[in-house]
Write a protein that binds this ligand. Sequence first.
Ligand SMILES: Cc1cc2nc3c(=O)[nH]c(=O)nc-3n(C[C@H](O)[C@H](O)[C@H](O)COP(=O)(O)OP(=O)(O)OC[C@H]3O[C@@H](n4cnc5c(N)ncnc54)[C@H](O)[C@@H]3O)c2cc1C
Length: 418
Amino acid sequence: MSGNGKKGKILVVGGGISGISAAIEASEAGCEVVLVEKNPYLGGRVVQMNQYFPKLCPPSCGLEINLRRIRTSPRIRCLTTAQVEKITGGPGSYKVTVRQEPRYVNDLCTACGDCVDACPEERPDEFNLDMGKTKAIYKTVETAYPVWYAIDGDACKGAECGKCVEACQYSAIDLDMKPGTHELDVQAVIFATGWSPYDATKLENIGFGKYKNVITNLMMERLASDSGPTAGKIKRPSDDKDIESIAFVQCAGSRDENHMEQCSGVCCMGSLKQTRYVREQYPDAQIYIFYIDVRTPGRLEDFYAEVQKDEKVTLIKGKVAKITEDSSGDVEVEAEDTLSGNRVKQKVNLAVLATGLVPADLSSIEIDGGLQKDEYGFLTGEQPGLFSAGCARRPVEVAACVRDAAAAALKAIQCSVE
Ligand SMILES: Cc1cc2nc3c(=O)[nH]c(=O)nc-3n(C[C@H](O)[C@H](O)[C@H](O)COP(=O)(O)OP(=O)(O)OC[C@H]3O[C@@H](n4cnc5c(N)ncnc54)[C@H](O)[C@@H]3O)c2cc1C
């Protein structure tokens, strides 16, 4: 460091709420920022939510203003469909290689949708957790940044079809687009690579993947969302039946020595929030929550207390041992109620697994000295020059991610001042 106070360049890996917040903080303090996101859009998991706890506002609330700050910032360069391949060097001087996959749609796209109408090919709708399909060319998310559509290269037939190219009046589609490489010099890196849901098919006793009416908490977010596969109506997947009874199964994979030993931190609040989605649509539905402990620290306890006032919500303290589905599509949830000592078998229309959070897999990044992780695979955030924020460090809610991002940005700025 020469001590002239000139701010340098910071790389932020991951464009969820943590990465977006870190990029904005660092850029508004005068740093150049490159924000690298593997999806074709920014926002991360938050854009898959129907509403945020505790205020139950939509994800666009807060996100929109941040995306505007990114869009109008002269100091943030945003690379979507991109992943870091290699990082060499040390604090204050890193060389980074980023590979960017072709999106096949350029910045002339106006999101008019004519291409989607013309496209004959389909792909599983991964944003909606494969509940439904999209065309091979698709609008990424409702509040998308960038707004340009994207093409799934595996589903598209390319030039042999070309119907989207014919339909596009703006010359925004380039089926010959190739992968690109970016070489960057940065002074610090912030990993904001977030989380993925635990693979619920590994929970063999509770039948996810085998039974249609056993879904995950993230699927519930999409079912409840206006932009989801059922346009926001929560229905039973097997037969579109209305919900008369539902069970929330806490710690599906978390706090379990056979799966993940750690608490996933946000799933109790996630399920309590989802009881509100159900109640809004079904005033008479019976709701059962099977839990080990309900963890709602600080002010979140108020939300829990409100849910407890609902006379049609029953809390059962017991870890679910088994779920089966009968020919009518109803599921039976079995657990031992540890308060009464009784074995409970509860029949419901739908079971929602509060699947835990696993850290993003960063094994494909070649990095001098490697990344320091805790015993659960989350980044420690303690490495000089290589910082981390949000769920890359531990499972936390959005408000904590934003605070974390500001702290990581401050540490990165300290490394980047020349
Ligand atoms: C069911 C459920 C409901 C929830 N509801 C709420 C709620 O109501 N309120 C609340 O406050 N919190 C809620 N949460 C928690 C919330 O989802 C997290 O706090 C939030 O997603 C964390 O943001 P993040 O940016 O750290 O990670 P993410 O949202 O996971 O974003 C990480 C980003 O990094 C990208 N990425 C990953 N690896 C790479 C790579 N190698 N290269 C480039 N990019 C990469 C990903 O594509 C992603 O865009 C809920 C969680 C669950 C499971």
